[in-house]
Design a binder for this molecule. Structure first.
Ligand code: BT5
Length: 324
């Protein structure tokens, strides 16, 4: 089967852009015309786009969009982030693998990427829907020399990087919802999960998990997400190359991380506030200890959200879900 597949793909590669007739393919791989049709259907199942024209034959319009290390490396200009990529087709969660690698002392900037996650997760062990071949599911290992209370700043930094990368690749204007949601037209397109391994006085390593919806259609989302989630291709109206999105995130992330290590959080904070949707608006924050409604005033240098309620009391929000 795979030898036949290789022959077929080699033939398409050799005759790039041309039509191969059903008879030609049948002769080439030694099968019936009906079997040819079956092979073509298999390719379509795998994500190839093929055009079939009567009396001319078949032509490949698009190869599947992959997120393997080779595919990403082509055109990657970073020095640190993504220099090492661990790719797997299907994993439980890239976070788990990255944690394991973090303990194995892999270099900073090592990334774990999967084509599919069967147990992708968000904050508080919530599920993160990560279907096959349509999104970017990755975890980046960082080793910043910063005190533990500053680590939430990295979530905000990642949000800025993703927002910029989305604009680079699609021209779409994304917005950030504190602390970790990236929205397009008010719907969530990316979630960020920052986890850390720390000793009492210092950060051992940080795992920055990024989940981006790229080529899902509305129907690809489970019913409960259809009204709150979106993908880059839904918003752009055309297919988006995942490897290109990943490279753009790596570039932006590396630049901002460098800036952060040299100049501190202030420049990141200013960028973050310029992309944030909630600042100045009345929001509802659901925290562990209750619900706070008020005007979002901004974030502190520690990445804490400040909300002023109706009575003029200012609340510091460390962790919550925000409704705008
Ligand atoms: C997040 O959590 O937004 C962080 C998501 C991080 C996912 C990445 S993928 C790579 C790495 N490996 C992992 O296992 N995780 C990271 P949170 O703010 O808790 O949001 C979770 C909520 O978002 C869920 O309860 C759903 O309502 C919604 N949701 C789930 N899947 C979604 C999707 N694909 N797109 C948009 N919303 C989704």
């Amino acid at each position: 089967q795979s030898a036949l597949r290789k022959k077929l793909l080699d033939a398409f590669t050799e005759h790039e852009g041309e039509y191969l007739s059903g008879q030609y393919i049948a002769d080439l791989i030694g099968c019936s015309r009906t079997a040819v049709w079956k092979h073509i259907e298999d390719l379509r199942q795998e994500g190839f786009e093929l055009e079939a024209i009567r009396r001319k034959g078949y032509r490949i319009l698009k190869t599947p969009d992959q997120v393997t290390a080779n595919e990403i490396r082509l055109g990657l200009k970073t020095k640190m982030i993504g220099q090492r990529i661990h790719y797997q087709e299907s994993v439980d969660s890239t976070q788990k693998i990255a944690h394991r690698l973090g303990f194995e002392n892999v270099p900073e900037g090592t990334v774990v990427i999967a084509d599919e996650q069967t147990g992708g997760r968000g904050r508080l062990e919530r599920a993160w829907h990560s279907p096959k071949s349509t999104g970017v599911w990755m975890s980046i290992i960082l080793r910043p020399n910063i005190p533990i209370p500053k680590t939430p700043q990295l979530t905000l930094l990642a949000a800025v990087a993703v927002t910029q990368a989305i604009e680079d690749c699609t021209g779409l204007e994304a917005h950030i919802k504190w602390p970790n949601d990236i929205l397009l037209n008010g719907k969530k397109v990316t979630g960020i999960l920052t986890e850390l391994q720390a000793e009492p006085d210092r950060v051992h390593f940080v795992i920055m998990g990024i989940g981006m919806n790229v080529n899902q259609t509305k129907m690809d989302f489970p019913a409960e997400l259809q009204s709150i989630a979106t993908s880059l291709s839904i918003e752009k109206g055309s297919f988006v190359n995942r490897a290109e999105v990943i490279r753009a995130v790596f570039h932006r992330l590396e630049n901002l991380y460098q800036l952060y290590l040299e100049k501190g959080f202030l420049p990141i904070k200013l960028l973050w506030e310029s992309y944030a949707v909630s600042i100045g608006k009345v929001v509802t924050a659901r925290t562990f200890s209750g619900v706070i409604k008020g005007r979002a005033m901004g974030i502190t240098d520690d990445g804490v959200l400040k909300i002023e309620d109706e009575d003029g009391n200012v609340h510091d929000i460390y962790s919550a879900d925000i409704e705008i």
